[in-house]
Design a protein around this ligand. Structure first.
Ligand SMILES: Cc1cc2nc3c(=O)[nH]c(=O)nc-3n(C[C@H](O)[C@H](O)[C@H](O)COP(=O)(O)OP(=O)(O)OC[C@H]3O[C@@H](n4cnc5c(N)ncnc54)[C@H](O)[C@@H]3O)c2cc1C
Length: 186
């Protein structure tokens, strides 16, 4: 189970710190349903981990001589939309393609940086302003954070698709972007 809490002040960024029940249990303490006792599940969890919702400003250079950054070392992003590892995989694929296509390591690393740095900068910035779960945020606004049973009464399928497509374009997952690769590679 995953709980996201927005605080009113920044806390220390530490990805290895255990979470504390008292920091968030009050939100879920009444979530006891006859079909699922969520509060009990949380209280009896063997492990609680805390993961800071943070990123870093995009940087201008990933290549230093024969060393190149990739993955989280290159573009740590606000963790929304299941995208950190996905972008790291695209980095790896791009780097492999560049090493294959260029005669020198320097040229390959330069081409890799040219291809991936601007692309991931857009993702890092989009994750701050227009994250992929903007769909959830928008629907929550439209329904007034109340239960609902007919999504179509609040938002059209076209608007939902547009919100989703906008992020796919930025992240390089749109059908057009994948088809444009045209080499059959995933
Ligand atoms: C809770 C959580 C959920 C996530 N969910 C998703 C998701 O659903 N989808 C998604 O795409 N992404 C997700 N991410 C993000 C994703 O995990 C990261 O973006 C991804 O792991 C980055 O991969 P990486 O190889 O760049 O870095 P890491 O996975 O951090 O790998 C770096 C490695 O280097 C090792 N290392 C560090 N220092 C040294 C050293 N000095 N010497 C030797 N080794 C060293 C570390 O131990 C580590 O194994 C999630 C992250 C978290 C924390």
């Amino acid at each position: 189970m995953f709980a996201e809490i927005e605080g009113d002040r920044p806390t220390r960024n530490d990805w290895n710190r255990p979470g504390r029940l008292e920091d968030f249990f009050h939100i879920y303490q009444d979530w006891r349903f006859d079909w699922f006792d969520i509060a009990d599940m949380i209280e009896t969890a063997e492990t609680i981990l805390e993961y800071p919702m943070v990123d870093r400003d995009p940087v201008e250079c990933w290549v230093f001589d024969r060393v190149a950054l990739m993955g989280d070392a290159a573009h740590p992003m606000y963790p929304r939309g299941s995208n950190g590892a996905a972008q790291a995989v695209i980095d790896a694929r791009t780097l492999a393609d560049c090493l294959d296509a260029h005669d020198t390591v320097a040229a390959a690393l330069g081409a890799y940086q040219d291809a991936r740095l601007p692309a991931t900068t857009k993702v890092v910035l989009a994750n701050r302003a227009n994250p992929p779960d903007i769909i959830n945020i928008r629907v929550e606004e439209l329904v007034g954070d109340k239960p609902f049973d007919d999504l179509d009464a609040y938002i059209s399928q076209d608007e939902l698709r547009a919100l989703s497509d906008q992020y796919k374009d930025i992240a390089g997952f749109s059908a057009e972007a994948l088809q444009a690769r045209g080499d059959g590679k995933p």
